[in-house]
Design a protein around this ligand. Structure first.
Ligand SMILES: Nc1ncnc2c1ncn2[C@@H]1O[C@H](COP(=O)(O)OP(=O)(O)OP(=O)(O)O)[C@@H](O)[C@H]1O
Length: 793
């Protein structure tokens, strides 16, 4: 009894100590109702196509050291760490007997073990992190693959320190660029390089250029570089030292406010991007690659901060975008086809950094202290999910294998090779005939055996070639289906439509995947058999060297079959691509038919947002053949451009600009604005006549739309000549712009001046907001019949 009391006193003291440890409200909350969570099984570390996930634990801050917070992170080795480790229990006695189980009054630790590609303790510096993360990305980048690295973690966890560092410990951004220039110098004998950088932030769902602050920028997808920011300036740099100035300049413009955990907290997501263009001198091959380094804003719990107003909105936007990022990570980790990238600007920007054509490294920063208990736990869970994401990398070579001409040329080459082989074959046969006349007949049994072996080989090769060709076609079909699926997500506004499409494409893709998997199994077996046969043939020839000529002849025949089969396969690939291209042209045509009148109607009513108009403008520019990123020596520039030495390249959406010379910038911008800016129309000043004439024009078939918009009188007189009444004319316009819900035009809507014409509110503009006139003139009878209203004179 006495012993027990003593122990209880001891335990009590310990508990008090623990309570002091738990001063943090965050920590306290985690105890209420906490059930012991089963140990997290470490999954195999990401390799191959998976995202590499690294965890970095920062040193405890002064506050964390001073206020008796405990350490909740234990690092086991380079790959393993334990979160909230079990405390070493002192023996616990009850009635003088040592108990096997712990004190029931004590909280159960989570004691979760995590395995990552690398775990860094607080002792690691930025150079250690660089050596094991971005250093190896440079080689990948040089091979023409996109790479990304992003730092994730709660506010104050050490993200910006990892990215930018400080004087005595430069961050990984600077070290990566230094390595890039080192590699560039080593390869400069064989390659011609161009390097440009951009630095931007996503703050409150808007994208800003940090190196050239101005209006908000829009995101676009580009076939060459993936997601790009339209209108951003790319600064050419030729040595890493320049980078310091640029980063400093950009950081001054970055949005920062103090938080509880960090006096200089970054309140925006910062994205530093490097555009790399390499021309391999010997082959003229052009490789493009993009390196993105993303410093995410720190997550924080709104309720915990107690902020209101602008700061609350800022926090809410950070959390919203991080939540969207989390949803994307979850979808990607589960291998789902639909990934909600469009839910936030951040996820749109990171689209090709996460699951796409990119080698990605995620650095999860955590604090070691119990003060950030839940933040650290959440970050580690996030990081574990990210480990399962698979990327889908492909080289960005300008003359890519999807180019139709490439296939055509290949087929030509193979046909020529076939001809050559045929010729050699016939020469060899002749030679063999001559030999048989002059020499003694070889042992016929041996020759028959050899030919039997070759017959087997031929058959095997034919089977392999057939399966390889089918595999190639299935992969292409699968990719086309995936692209169609992604296209559908972009266009569908209704969830059921999208879901239906996803299901259909999903089933088709699953079927193709199953077929390919079966096919690959067969291929493995056949290749094994082929290798064994090859060994047997080799041994056979060694025992009968006089049959070498016969073997050579057979080998030629097999080579001939192979070349033929490859040519056939390429022809099929080419046909498939051509079919897809045709379908794409038709799709674009159909999109235009819907898009043009919609934009006109929305703009006419002032319902088109700035963002929508800007996207539309971008589209028009693309159709005009203006590319998003263009470099000096691309001769097909469609707009008048300054000379290469002016430092400004021929791009419009992304301007590649040297620091030395920006004199032409303004001129170029003005030129571009004059050329491509859609004339702004003030919705309230457009007259009914003009608007209707415009809608009418837009609904006319192509070729007739070049005529200037007609006013109502002209329209009416024209139609008079054609014996069409104004009412019929309106009916025509009405029909061509089919209302989506004609039946919504109820008398009540009319009274409330909410008249709907198609999808837009147009009557107020037509009759000058005279509510009485509306109720008087437009009779519900005519409307409910779904017919157009009378045109007021
Ligand atoms: N590995 C480290 N070594 C030394 N100091 C560090 C380390 N990591 C972070 N710090 C320090 O911790 C503080 C917070 O770090 P940092 O600003 O990088 O956090 P953050 O995650 O970017 O926060 P926020 O999201 O709020 O911007 C800084 O004073 C930084 O110098």
């Amino acid at each position: 009894m006495f012993k027990l009391d003593l122990l209880n006193v001891e335990n009590g003291l310990k508990m008090v100590k623990n309570k002091r440890d738990l001063k943090s409200p965050r920590r306290n909350r985690s105890f209420t109702g906490t059930r012991p969570i089963s140990r997290v099984r470490p999954t195999s570390s990401g390799k191959g196509g998976n995202i590499r996930v690294i965890v970095r634990v920062r040193p405890p801050s002064n506050r964390e050291q001073g206020e008796n917070f405990s350490n909740v992170v234990k690092i086991i080795d380079d790959n393993t760490m334990v979160f909230d480790p079990k405390e070493e229990n002192e023996p616990f006695f009850y009635h003088g007997v040592q108990q096997r189980h712990r004190d029931i009054m004590k909280r159960a630790n989570k004691d979760l073990q995590f395995t990552f590609d690398r775990v860094f303790s607080h002792e690691a510096n930025n150079n250690d992190v660089f050596e094991c993360t971005t250093k190896e990305l440079i080689k990948t980048l040089m091979n023409g693959y996109n790479c990304s690295v992003f730092v994730y973690g709660a506010t104050g966890a050490g993200k910006t320190h990892t990215m930018l560092g400080r004087g005595d410990d430069p961050g990984i951004t600077f070290q990566t660029m230094t390595e890039l220039f080192k590699e560039k110098d080593e390869l400069s004998q064989d390659r011609h390089f161009e390097i440009g950088v951009t630095y931007l932030e996503v703050y409150n769902e808007t994208v800003q250029d940090l190196l050239n602050p101005g209006p908000a920028l829009e995101l676009r997808e580009n076939g060459q570089y993936g997601v790009i920011v339209a209108g951003i300036q790319v600064h050419r740099i030729d040595k890493s030292e320049k980078l310091f100035d640029l980063l400093e300049q950009g950081n001054k413009n970055r949005t920062q406010h103090p938080t509880d955990a960090n006096a200089e907290s970054s309140r925006s997501h910062a994205v530093f991007q490097v555009y790399l263009r390499m021309k391999i001198i010997s082959t003229n091959e052009i490789r493009l690659a993009k390196l993105s380094m993303i410093d995410l804003a720190g997550s924080e719990r709104g309720a915990a901060t107690g902020y209101s107003g602008a700061r609350f909105t800022e926090g809410a936007n950070i959390n919203k975008s991080l939540l969207a990022l989390g949803n994307c990570i979850n979808s990607l980790a589960d291998g789902q086809r639909y990934v909600p990238y469009r839910d936030s600007k951040l996820t749109r920007l990171l689209k090709d950094s996460l699951g796409g054509n990119c080698q990605t490294v995620m650095i999860a920063n955590v604090s070691p202290s119990s003060l950030s208990y839940e933040d650290t736990y959440n970050t580690l869970k996030y990081a574990m999910r990210a480990k399962n994401i698979k990327s889908n990398m492909k080289k960005n070579i300008v003359n890519s294998d999807r180019n139709l001409n490439h296939y055509v040329n290949l087929v030509d080459e193979l046909t020529k090779e076939n001809e050559k082989l045929k010729l050699e074959l016939s020469l060899l046969s002749q030679k063999k005939d001559n030999e048989t006349v002059t020499k003694d007949e070889p042992d016929p049994k041996l020759q028959t055996d050899l030919q039997a072996l070759y017959a087997e080989k031929r058959e095997l090769e034919q089977r392999i070639l057939q399966l390889e060709s089918t595999e190639q076609l299935q992969n292409l079909r699968k990719r086309l289906k995936e692209e169609s699926d992604a296209r559908l997500s972009g266009i569908c506004s209704d969830t059921p439509d999208r879901e239906f499409g996803h299901r259909r494409f999903g089933n088709a893709i699953d079927r193709l995947e199953r077929q390919t998997a079966n096919l690959q199994k067969d291929l493995v077996l056949l290749r094994e058999r082929s290798e064994q046969l090859e060994v047997r043939l080799k041994q056979f020839i060694e025992t009968a060297p006089h049959l070498k000529q016969v073997a050579k002849l057979e080998d030629y025949q097999i080579a001939y079959i192979k070349a033929n089969s490859k040519a056939e396969c390429l022809q099929k690939v080419s046909d498939l691509q051509e079919g897809e291209m045709r379908m794409c042209y038709q799709l674009i045509e159909s999109f235009s038919k819907v898009l043009k009148p919609t934009i006109l109607q929305l703009r006419g009513h002032g319902l088109a947002s700035e963002a929508l108009l800007s996207e539309y403008q971008g589209l028009v520019r693309q159709l005009q053949g203006i590319r998003s990123v263009t470099w000096d020596d691309e001769s097909t520039a469609p707009t008048p451009i300054p000379s290469a030495d002016s430092g400004i390249s021929s791009c419009t959406d992304v301007t590649v600009e040297s620091e030395e010379n920006t004199s032409n910038k303004q001129k170029l911008l003005e030129e571009l604005n004059n050329t491509f800016t859609l004339p702004q129309e003030k919705p309230q000043t457009i007259s009914a006549e003009k608007f209707m004439a415009k809608v009418y024009q837009s609904s006319k078939p192509e070729g007739t739309s070049a005529v200037a918009p007609l006013n109502r009188k002209q329209v009416l007189s024209q139609n008079k000549q054609q014996s069409v009444s104004a009412r019929n004319l309106m009916a025509k316009v009405y029909k061509s712009n089919k209302p989506i819900k004609t039946n919504t035009m109820s008398p009540r809507n009319l009274k409330e001046n909410k008249f709907q014409y198609g999808t837009t509110k147009m009557m107020p503009a037509i009759i000058g907001h005279d509510k009485n006139k509306i109720t008087k003139k437009y009779k519900p009878r005519a409307l409910s019949a779904g017919r157009p209203p009378n045109v007021p004179k």
